[in-house]
Design a protein around this ligand. Structure first.
Ligand code: MN
Length: 255
């Protein structure tokens, strides 16, 4: 099996190294990842600006672009043939509920899915800043990534569907197992804070507290109980119910 790995924490991130080590026994693993941290870049694409690829070591390249750029370059140029599987991560920090729309990790899996490649995004639910050498316990996430990769390699995924995985930061022996979940609802508190810098100028920071609406069956609920969460995410964002309702709108003009 040919496996493409990427992330949004940068080519040197610990989560990516652990993922590469975990998946190596499954086949040929190639890493194409951003040359620096590009978290929260969502599905952004670099246009009208040349991209440079740097060979870091055998099977590992970095790109001075976004996670989406990395997947595009890998699939359309750098690889001899399209990979059988794409795995993005292991992200340093959660990608849950509504936040998947900001995530560079999940966006790389979006891109893989759009290119017809079975794709998985995997994140470790670390607290605090996601520094390169995050002290998290990646072994549980890495082991689950290997089991899931083997299964997805065998079964494939439905067209347009990726898997979004979040793993609690617990020793592998303390993980409660895994649950199939739906995306939960984030509750935003103190999203924007205002401060003053040393010169007395006002600045703003976006951040805030991670809280969520407590609902059964969600990714948040599974993690709160020590389970790994696996959410199938579909890329067709069309709201079919709304489409039915709005067909009766009269927007023909003349009013
Ligand atoms: Mn990240």
């Amino acid at each position: 099996m040919n496996i493409l790995l990427t992330n949004d924490d940068g080519v040197g991130a610990r989560g990516l190294r652990e993922l590469r080590r975990a998946l190596a026994p499954l086949g040929s693993v190639t890493v194409v990842a951003p040359d620096r941290e590009r978290s929260s870049t969502s599905h952004s694409l670099t246009l009208r600006q040349p991209l440079r690829v740097c060979r870091v070591e055998e099977g590992v390249s970095s790109v001075d672009g976004t996670p989406t750029d990395c997947v595009l370059l890998a699939v359309h140029d750098l690889l001899d043939r399209p990979p059988d599987l794409l795995v993005s991560g292991i992200n340093h920090g959660p990608n849950l509920g509504d936040d998947v729309t900001y995530s560079g990790t999940v966006a790389a899996a979006f891109e893989g899915t759009l290119l017809g490649i079975p794709s998985v995004a995997i994140s470790l639910v670390l607290d605090g800043p996601g520094c390169q050498d995050a002290p998290g316990r990646f072994d549980g996430a890495a082991g689950f990534a290997r089991r899931l990769a083997r299964q997805v390699g065998r079964e494939g995924l439905p067209p347009g569907t990726l898997l979004n995985v979040n793993v609690p930061d617990l020793p592998a022996a303390e993980l409660a197992g895994f649950r199939w979940t739906r995306l939960g609802k984030r509750v935003y508190e103190n999203v924007v804070s205002r401060g003053r810098d040393a010169r007395g100028e006002v600045y703003f920071e976006i951040g805030g507290d991670l809280t969520w609406r407590e609902e059964e069956g969600t990714d948040f609920a599974a993690l709160a109980e020590g389970f790994i969460s696996v959410t199938p995410v579909h890329l067709d964002l069309t709201d079919y119910q709304a489409l039915g309702l709005m067909r009766s709108w009269d927007l023909s003009g003349g009013g």
